[in-house]
Design a protein around this ligand. Structure first.
Ligand code: ADP
Ligand code: MG
Length: 703
């Protein structure tokens, strides 16, 4: 093949990797960089200058003209402001390039237009971006040319986090500290660091760009707001893992090349359940890097789709009636000795340590189910969670038959000694079974499932950042580790104490374990009986951020201050109201200017036909009935449209953010549904040629 892809040559080509630094930096500087990367602290200004020079040289050798501090404000997407590598020309008029250590370390974008939830008023617009040395700089090739991107954190003048990366990094510190305490208790003196790893399975839809551009809803909201179901949906189950169509395959090929160049370990690709839906999964990495990389994946998907005259839809629910898109957050904890704390292992000590870790995760998830639910909420995900497909809105944990059995025995008898063929494991007090890590089955309906050596959090929405859910997971588990370590470090008899603690954690929090069908009504009732929260929407989940329990948790580990939490809650209401507002306005526009006029035209043609035929002497029955039906539905649509307009006007007058958000949820959303319904019926009865924009059929089956 001509354009053969040379994977080894491509991989990481556009990344300023450690090996490139090693090649280009003086030994001592390289050593200092490594030290800061692994142990924290700050690079000296002199060293930063040297690194900046090497970075600039490398970038310019590869065609870069600009650099940018690349950051992740609370809009959920990434932000960048490009600066060219130019300084003022010298006396001879030659261009002088410039990029110093200061440029590398600190940026000062005018921050007033990013969401801050009241943290920063416009007159205090100062925000700072600070170099995140743990995530490598990379070159982005796009329409603007080649740009050196420097991953950064984004903070206010007073040091409050204005982004998603800062709390994530803080939470990784917290869980590192607490997990090391657990390792020490079990005699591990070697491990120096415990890192969160994540792998983000990313679902998405691809549709034809020309068709997408004919729909205002796709342009403005990323999802369809009208649309009758196509004759065929996903009921044949012929798309999942099906043969990838040529056009989509070519997109995937180019996407992989882009990602590999950026050092993103894209690994798995396949068709998903819904027509036109696909998935990409990379190999898991350090959670900070994985979060940055997931942002790059989403960006690259959109960019590459464009090159193929396609549109990539990352919305959680682009089409009603077929599956929506999620992002599974596969989460684990690994020590720098290579040990995965979620791996049951095969020695008794590890087995007990694993059971302690497991019991702590269960405690964390049960205690903070509301926060975990909150961490996976965004506006689009409201259409997905609990809507009979993706995980329900109720948080529960799936352990698999074998582990669940172990837990049950421990809770009931204080010991677990069945299936111990591989040898009885003694804790000194009781016997514990050897855990065979492959014995877990799968349960696709579970929002939080143990899958062998990691947990898979399946609630996260496809367009969301990985940062929020990972930050919450890290923090709640850090707290459970901390509680455990506080107690065990003081224990006279460690073996007894650890046994008691495992039993206590499991007993108190076993209600969070559920292995049945998470989609069923029975589970909704059972969960209510168990007292598990069932929070249906993003704005109902938001208050979880600022409960006393939450403030205590996040302040204890230095993740968020109360002020930061309050600001984030505020942003949620603001974002929600703005998003639904745009959706409602888009519907009004489409119904008023496209759907109703098109239907009226068809109605008139039909009426004229009937008159003509009658005049000619023929008798009509069915056609007249159809005309009446159309007239009724147009009338219904017009009424619903007027009602929606009136509500929109009312919403605009509400000043308080939270009140406005709830008004959108409780009043505007039902009015939008009331407008959609007659329009979707009209789509099914009027002539296809007169329908003003591409239908579900055109979009999902003709890519
Ligand atoms: P599936 O969930 O479909 O079975 P895999 O088990 O292959 O798929 O993994 C899905 C994702 O989980 C991938 O991104 C993979 O890299 C990631 N993953 C695998 N092992 C771990 C781990 N120990 N920690 C974090 N993520 C992991
Ligand atoms: Mg998975």
């Amino acid at each position: 093949m001509e354009d053969r892809i040379r994977l080894e040559e491509l991989y990481g080509r556009n990344v300023f990797t450690l090996s490139k630094m090693k090649e280009r930096l003086p030994k001592s500087v390289y050593r200092n960089v490594l030290e800061v990367m692994q142990g924290g602290g700050e690079l000296s200004r002199a060293d930063a200058d040297v690194v900046a020079k090497a970075m600039k040289d490398w970038a310019m050798e590869n065609g870069a003209t600009h650099y940018t501090h690349w950051f992740q404000p609370l809009t959920g997407i990434t932000a960048e402001k490009h600066d060219a590598f130019v300084a003022s020309p010298d006396e001879d008029g030659h261009m002088v390039t410039a990029f110093t250590g200061k440029d590398l370390i600190k940026g000062e974008p005018d921050a007033s237009s990013f969401p801050s939830g009241g943290l920063r008023s416009t007159f205090e617009a100062r925000g700072y971006t600070a170099w995140d040395i743990t995530s490598p700089a990379f070159l982005k090739e796009a329409g603007t040319g080649v740009t050196l991107c420097i991953p950064t954190a984004f903070c206010s003048y007073k040091g409050e986090a204005l982004d998603k990366k800062t709390p994530l990094l803080r939470s990784m510190e917290a869980i590192n500290t607490q997990a090391l305490r657990i390792l020490r208790l079990f005699g591990d003196t070697e491990a120096r660091r415990v890192t969160t790893s994540t792998g983000a399975e990313q679902e998405y839809f691809l549709v034809d760009k020309d068709k997408a551009l004919k729909r205002e809803d796709l342009i403005f909201t990323g999802r369809t707001l009208f649309g009758a179901p196509a004759p065929k949906g996903q009921e044949m189950e012929d798309h999942y893992f099906g043969v990838i169509r040529e056009r989509v395959g070519e997109f995937m090929k180019d996407l992989n090349v882009e990602l590999w160049k950026l050092g993103v370990p894209a690994k798995t690709q396949h068709n998903e359940v819904a027509p036109a839906q696909h998935e990409l999964a990379p190999i898991y990495e350090n959670a900070n890097l994985a979060t940055d990389h997931n942002q790059l994946v989403m960006e690259a998907m959109k960019r590459v789709a464009d090159h193929h005259n396609l549109r990539c839809l990352l919305h959680e629910k682009p089409f009603a009636g077929v599956n929506g898109s999620g992002k599974h957050n596969n989460w684990s904890l690994t020590a720098d000795t290579g040990e995965n704390l979620l791996d049951p292992g095969d020695s008794p000590e590890r087995n007990i340590r694993f059971l302690l870790v497991l019991s702590c995760v269960l405690k964390a998830v049960d205690t903070h189910a509301d926060l975990l639910r909150q961490s996976a909420s965004d506006v689009g995900n409201d259409l997905r969670l609990g809507a009979n497909e993706a995980p329900p809105a109720i948080v529960s944990v799936f352990l698999g038959e074998q582990l669940e059995d172990v837990v049950k025995q421990l809770v009931e008898t204080g010991s677990a000694d069945s299936h111990t063929e591989g040898g009885v494991l003694r804790t000194g007090v009781s016997t514990l079974p050897d855990i065979n890590k492959d014995a877990t089955d799968r349960n696709r309906t579970s929002p939080f499932a143990f899958t062998g050596n990691k947990f898979e959090f399946r609630m996260v929405g496809s367009s969301d950042s990985m940062a929020g859910s990972t930050t919450t997971l890290n923090t709640i588990v850090a707290e459970a580790f901390c509680d455990a370590a506080d107690r065990l470090e003081k224990a006279d008899n460690f073996e007894l104490a650890v046994h008691d603690l495992i039993k206590e954690n499991l007993t108190e929090h076993q209600r969070i374990i559920f292995d049945g069908n998470g989609y069923s009504e029975v589970w909704v009732q059972e969960a209510a009986r168990r007292g598990l929260p069932n929070i249906p929407s993003m704005i109902e989940a938001a208050p979880a951020l600022t409960t006393d329990k939450s403030v205590r948790l996040f302040e204890k580990f230095g993740i968020f201050t109360k002020v930061e939490l309050l600001s984030r809650e505020e942003i949620i209401y603001e974002t929600y109201a703005k998003t639904i507002n745009i959706e409602a306005l888009t519907m009004i526009d489409m119904a008023a200017k496209q759907i109703i006029p098109a239907c009226m035209k068809y109605e008139r043609d039909l009426a004229n036909t009937i008159i003509a035929v009658k005049t000619a002497g023929a008798v009509f029955g069915a056609e007249a009935e159809k005309l009446q039906h159309i007239a009724d539905k147009i009338d219904e649509a017009q009424e619903a449209l007027d009602a929606l307009r009136a509500l929109e006007e009312q919403a605009g007058k509400i000043e308080q953010e939270k009140e406005r958000a709830f008004f959108y949820k409780d009043r505007v959303l039902p009015a939008m549904a009331a407008l959609r319904s007659p329009c979707d019926i009209l789509e099914q009865i009027v002539d296809k040629a007169s329908w003003p924009f591409p239908t579900y059929e055109d979009l999902m089956f003709e890519v």
